[in-house]
Design a protein around this ligand. Structure first.
Ligand code: GDP
Length: 148
């Protein structure tokens, strides 16, 4: 069983896509174990994306992530990290596979709807960045949701 951090980014929240993003993950049998709406301060967005601090898009990305509310969630399931990344699609919507969230809804390589942890190491940093232990359903309460 893996846990992964997913963020519905500010572009998707503003466009009314929260439900559609969550629906797609639940429909694939992933379980929502934690969920909250947050408005990141710019410094908090910088802390979250610190691995990208040397990248030319860092300032633009972190300002975008602080530009409006996000919805953060913890999803759980067998291979959850990879399954979420498959459903998201490639970072650039022009490269993303047909039927993925980013192919269907992203408007640019930056405003690309959704974040998902890219490794167990990232998930171990990202989940507690947003959630404390009391905010995440405990293992016994959090089985797999049957796929629809
Ligand atoms: P992800 O794991 O697919 O989200 O991609 P990365 O970890 O490489 O990048 C993190 C986020 O930075 C992406 O989801 C985009 O929002 C943004 N981003 C990535 N590449 C670029 C870029 O070339 N230009 C801009 N403006 N933003 C980018």
């Amino acid at each position: 069983m893996e846990q992964t951090l997913v963020i519905v980014k500010p572009d998707a929240v503003a466009r009314g896509l929260i439900g559609e993003v969550i629906r797609r993950f639940e429909a694939e049998g992933l379980t929502v174990c934690g969920l909250k709406m947050v408005r990141l301060a710019h410094t908090e967005a910088e802390g979250f994306y610190q691995v990208h601090r040397a990248r030319p898009f860092f300032d633009s990305l972190t300002r975008f992530m602080a530009s409006g509310p996000c919805v953060a969630m913890v999803l759980k399931g067998e291979g959850a990290i990879g399954r979420v990344r498959t459903l998201m699609g490639a970072t650039d919507p022009l490269q993303a596979a047909e039927g993925t969230l980013r192919r269907n809804f992203a408007t640019s390589i930056e405003k690309n709807v959704v974040h998902g942890s890219d490794s167990t190491t990232s998930a171990a940093f990202e989940i507690p960045y947003f959630f404390n232990q009391l905010e995440i359903r405990q293992p016994a309460e959090c089985g797999e949701t049957p796929a629809m």
